[in-house]
Design a binder for this molecule. Sequence first.
Ligand SMILES: [Fe+2]
Length: 193
Amino acid sequence: MLRHLVTPLQPAAAETLAHQLLADALPRRWSHVVAVAAKARRIASSLEQDGELLETTAWVHDVGYAPPVATTGFHPLDGARFLAAQAAPARVVDLVAFHSSAWAEAREFGLAKELATFEDERSLTRDLLWYCDMTTGPDGTDLGFEDRMAEVRERYGPDHYVTRALDAGMDERRAAVRRSREWLTSVGLADQV
Ligand SMILES: [Fe+2]
C-alpha cells in the first residue's frame, strides 16, 4: 500500500515513489525514468529555483504506466490524477499531465476534457522536461529527438493511434526541443545532455 506523500515532494521522495511503482512491474520503463531523471539532474543546477522541481518531475513523469495507477490507459492523465491524490505539489502534477505533448495526444484519445482539469504552464522547465523525456529511449539509452520519434513510429506502425497522436503533437514537440537546445547552449550544457 502506498503511503501518502509529505509535501513538498522532492527528488529523493519522488525517486522512492517511482521506484516503488515501476522498478519491479515495468523494469524497462524504470530504466527510461532513471535516465530521464539523470539528465534532469545534470540540468538542475543551471536552472536555479526550478532545478529541484525539474528533477522531481522527471522521476515521477511516467508513474501513470504503473499497473495500480493506469486507470484510463492514458499515462499523463493517470499519473497526474494519482499524484494529485497523493497531494503532490500542483506544478509537479501539471507538468506530468502535459508532458511531451500530452495535450495533442489527449485530443486523439478523446480525453481532452479530462486533461483540461490540469494546466500547461508553458515554461522553460516544462520544455526541459519534455526534452529530457524525448531524447531518452524506452530502455534509457540516449537518442536524438528525431531518432526517438522514429523509434516510437516504428514500434507502433503508421496507422496506430499512438503514431497519429505523435504526429498531432509534432510541431509542439519540435518547438520545445528547439527552445531547450537554445537554452542549454546558452548555459554551456549543450554537449552534456
Ligand atoms: Fe517518459
